[in-house]
Write a protein that binds this ligand. Structure first.
Ligand SMILES: C[S@@+](CC[C@H](N)C(=O)[O-])C[C@H]1O[C@@H](n2cnc3c(N)ncnc32)[C@H](O)[C@@H]1O
Length: 190
C-alpha cells in the first residue's frame, strides 16, 4: 500500500483496475476490521489533531471511514458528518449509523465544489485534486496516521503539504504533531 499511497498522492495513479483491487482488499478485511481497533488510544491522534489544529466547521467529510470507528467522535464536533468508503463491506460492518454512509470512490467525491468545511482522512489515500475541489475556501484537511510511519497508508506531513500544493489553488500550510502511537497534520490554504 505504500507504493499505491505515494503514486495516488503524487501521480494521480488511480484507475478502475486499481479501484477494484483496493476495494477487494478492504472488502476482505471488513468483517474483522473493528476487533482490536475500537480503542480510545487509537482515537488519540485524531482528537489531538482536531483540538490542537483548531479544527472547526459545520460540515465534515470523512473519506475512507472503514467501519466508522472515528465517526462517533466526529459527530460530536460537527453539525453534519458524511462518511464515505469504497468498500461496501466496510460500511456494512459500521459501528454507528449516526452519520450518512456513502459507498463512493474518493477519487470522484459525490459533492459539489467548495461545500465541505473539513476533510478527515485517517489511514486513507490522499486524492489532492478532489479534496481541494470539495473544500470551502477556508477549509481544513485533517490527515492522521494511527501508527505514524508504521501505518501502511502513510504520508509525512511534508508529503501531504507537497501533494496538496500541487493543486490549482497552490500553496497549503499547517501544523503537524504526534499523539499516542500516531502522527497527524492539519493543513489549510496558505
Ligand atoms: C486502512 S483503512 C482505514 C479505515 C478507517 N479510517 C480506520 O482507520 O479505521 C482504509 C479505508 O479506506 C478505504 N478506501 C481506500 N481507497 C478508497 C477510495 N478511493 N475511496 C474511498 N475509500 C477508500 C478502504 O476501503 C478502507 O476502508
Amino acid at each position: 500500500m505504500r507504493e499505491v499511497t505515494r503514486s495516488v498522492a503524487f501521480d494521480a495513479a488511480w484507475d478502475a483496475d486499481r479501484s477494484q483491487s483496493v476495494r477487494g482488499l478492504f472488502d476482505g478485511l471488513a468483517p474483522g476490521w473493528t476487533e482490536g481497533r475500537d480503542t480510545p488510544e487509537r482515537a488519540l491522534p485524531l482528537v489531538d489533531a482536531l483540538e490542537r489544529g483548531s479544527v472547526k466547521g459545520r460540515t465534515a467529510l470523512e473519506a475512507g471511514t472503514g467501519t466508522c470507528l472515528f465517526t462517533r467522535e466526529l459527530c460530536t464536533r460537527f453539525n453534519l458528518v458524511v462518511a464515505i468508503d469504497l468498500s461496501r463491506e466496510m460500511l456494512t460492518n459500521a459501528v454507528t449509523s449516526e452519520a450518512p454512509l456513502v459507498n463512493a470512490d474518493a477519487s470522484r467525491l459525490p459533492f459539489p465544489d467548495g461545500v465541505v468545511d473539513v476533510v478527515i482522512l485517517v489511514n486513507m489515500l490522499l486524492f489532492p485534486t478532489e479534496v481541494e475541489r470539495c473544500l470551502s475556501p477556508d477549509g481544513a484537511i485533517v490527515w492522521v496516521s494511527s501508527r505514524a510511519e508504521d501505518t501502511p497508508i502513510h504520508l509525512s506531513a511534508e508529503d501531504v503539504e507537497t501533494a496538496m500544493s500541487s493543486t490549482p489553488t497552490g500553496s497549503w500550510t499547517g501544523i503537524s504533531s504526534r499523539a499516542g502511537a500516531g502522527s497527524w497534520c492539519v493543513l489549510r490554504r496558505a
